[in-house]
Ligand binder design. Structure first.
Ligand code: 13P
Length: 248
């Protein structure tokens, strides 16, 4: 079965109830005939208002992180059950900004992935190399290490979305070329085939993320292994609709 493309936004620490609600109102008619799944991952505190704003549209709401414990003394954290309460469907896990600025490791990414799965959330699990790792020729080794640890104990790989986000392409305006993105995403799929089974790997949605925009989305989406995008900056404006409608 062909994989259904999936375009998701990552608002990061942007928007308010008012600006977010307005954007969803404006986007809804522009994306309603999309041939792909559409989601916006928003700051946890905006989840209630944005799920309300997105009601009756084809825009699913996701979160940007989730804690691994069901409850407890984890000041400032949000559990999977709390997200489920508001009908959240997706959750970004292991974004490079979380790894870089908040000390997240492959081990904690793995725990979050397992918690999200057992609560019925779909993780959008982010992996990717830094510029120095790419320049040192370590991209495949880094990706392999991340997949091995981040996916430990995950039985059904088809329940996970993977976002390949080369760190050097995030927020820099320096997108990976179509060929670079395809090459690494095809590598990820081959690695998943080894870890699971070829048929399972064929079903996994793998997004590209990193300075993807209305101008470069067509070329990226035309690559055989690229099934979608995780969009940062361009998801904060109506350009997001152009990416969602890349095929029109
Ligand atoms: P930009 O699209 O702003 O480069 O961000 C990509 C990203 O980090 C999505 O998670």
């Amino acid at each position: 079965m062909a994989r259904k493309p999936f375009i998701a936004g990552n608002w990061k620490m942007n928007m308010t109830v008012a600006t977010g609600t307005q954007l969803i109102k404006d986007l809804a008619p522009l994306v309603k005939d999309a041939n792909c799944d559409v989601a916006l991952c928003v700051p946890a505190i905006l989840v209630p208002a944005m799920t309300e704003a997105a009601k009756g549209t084809n825009i699913a709401i996701g979160a940007e992180n989730v804690h691994w414990a069901a409850s407890g003394a984890y000041t400032g954290e949000v559990s999977a059950a709390m997200l489920k309460d508001y009908g959240v469907k997706y959750v970004i896990i292991g974004h490079s900004e979380r790894r870089q600025y908040f000390g997240e490791t492959d081990e904690t990414v793995n725990r979050r992935v397992l918690a999200a799965l057992s609560a019925g959330l779909t993780p959008i699990m982010c992996i990717g190399e830094t510029l120095s790792q790419r320049e040192a020729g370590e991209t495949e080794a880094v990706i392999t290490r991340q997949l091995d640890t981040d996916l430990q104990g995950v039985e059904d790989i088809t329940k996970i979305v993977i976002a390949y986000e080369p760190v050097w392409a995030i927020g820099t305006g320096r997108t990976a070329t179509d060929e670079q993105a395809e090459e690494t995403i095809a590598f990820i799929r081959r690695r998943l085939a080894e870890m699971y089974c070829p048929k399972c790997a064929e079903q996994v949605i793998i997004q590209y993320g990193g300075s993807m925009n209305a101008g470069n989305c067509k070329g990226l989406m035309a690559q055989p292994d690229i099934d979608g995008g995780l969009i940062g900056g361009a998801s904060l404006k109506l350009d997001f609709a152009k990416i969602v409608n890349w095929d029109k």
